[in-house]
Ligand binder design. Structure first.
Ligand code: ADP
Ligand code: MG
Length: 323
């Protein structure tokens, strides 16, 4: 059985590269870093709990990718560039094969997202619980908040919605196995480049971690606005459309969590800039509605008003059902 310090030394001390702003990384009581001039530090922490966020038999490398993907996605939603992370691990045991695979996935994900692992904590417990705290840089005053949406702003989402929820359904045996959907669930693609580019375009932004309606709801609440959403405009992948009936696809696009796409609002005169950005990033950016004065969401399907789903997305203390 490996001890705590042997685990840190073997699997985490060299799990990622150097960073110019990190003077002292893993191994002391604290890491020491500096900030580039005119920069604010964007901070966020994300936790994955066994049985809640992942099934116990998930491949350890996939777990590392999901952990980093969900954490880095918050930086993307703030328009921040990823810099470094700290990692808190509570593990049932010190299985060297599991740790080897996990740290390999972690190194790859750190490399992909441009973050350096600079510290953490390693403890034992009765279930696996993993927390990653990400730190990123954003030009002072340019962070993309949830509170800036104005009447008349257009609402956009990146990529496609509902795939991750469908990927989870394939793992639970509710849906036939499908490589694309499973990958969308296991290997999130936080939209970092998009977030950074939106700093000068968007009035508000959020990443879709709990479900479009739930997360857009946070923009509306903090901006004290309402939204009109058109269901037929929701970006649903061909694979999802072929895998489930339209009501399921729509439901999962509206309420399925963990797509880690961005939902953002822009003044209407910025429509062309968003189209240019989509082209430059080779990423679908789809207009799904607009911001209006008032409260709540008005949902239409081909122009006809439809009822909102009973639940808007995942909430840890109010577990959701399906259609
Ligand atoms: P302390 O007890 O002073 O908090 P620890 O013994 O917990 O320090 O950790 C020793 C060093 O290893 C620290 O620099 C800490 O940040 C780092 N560390 C511990 N666990 C991890 C981990 N899972 N990933 C990365 N760094 C870690
Ligand atoms: Mg400690």
């Amino acid at each position: 059985m490996l001890g705590e310090f042997e685990i840190i030394r073997r699997y985490f001390a060299n799990a990622s590269g150097d960073h110019p702003q990190v003077q002292l990384g893993i191994g002391d009581d604290c890491a020491l870093t500096t900030l580039p001039p005119d920069t604010q530090l964007a901070l966020s922490i994300d936790t994955l709990v066994e049985g809640v966020h992942f099934l116990p038999d998930i491949a350890p490398a996939d777990l590392a990718w999901r952990l980093l993907g969900s954490a880095v996605s918050d930086l993307a939603a703030m328009g921040a560039s990823p810099a470094w992370i700290t990692l808190a691990l509570t593990l049932k045991d010190s299985d060297s094969e599991w740790l080897e695979q996990f740290s390999k996935g972690l190194s790859e994900a750190c490399h992909q997202y441009g973050v350096t692992l600079i510290g953490g904590d390693t403890t034992s417990g009765s279930i696996n619980v993993l927390s990653a705290q990400v730190h990123g840089f954003v030009e002072t005053g340019k962070g993309l908040k949830r509170s800036g949406a104005q009447p008349g702003d257009l609402i956009f989402v990146s990529g496609s919605l509902g795939d991750s929820r469908a990927g989870l359904a394939t793992l639970k045996g509710e849906l036939d196995a499908n490589e694309y959907l499973l990958t969308r669930y296991l290997r999130p693609t936080p939209r970092v480049e998009l977030g950074v580019a939106l700093r000068d375009i968007a009035s508000a932004a959020i990443d879709i971690s709990d479900g479009l309606l739930a997360d857009l709801g946070h923009i509306l609440e903090q901006s004290q606005m309402a939204a009109e959403l058109e269901c037929s405009q929701l970006p649903i992948s061909e694979v999802l459309a072929q895998s489930v009936s339209k009501p399921y696809a729509d439901h999962w696009a509206l309420t399925g969590g963990e797509d880690f796409e961005l939902c953002f609002t822009v003044p209407s005169e910025m429509r062309a800039s968003v189209a240019e950005l989509a082209k430059a990033l080779s990423l679908n950016l789809t207009e799904i509605g607009c911001i209006v004065a008032g409260e709540g969401v008005h949902l239409t399907d081909n122009g006809v008003s439809i009822a909102l789903p009973e639940t808007f997305g995942f909430d840890h203390f109010h577990k959701q059902g399906n259609p």
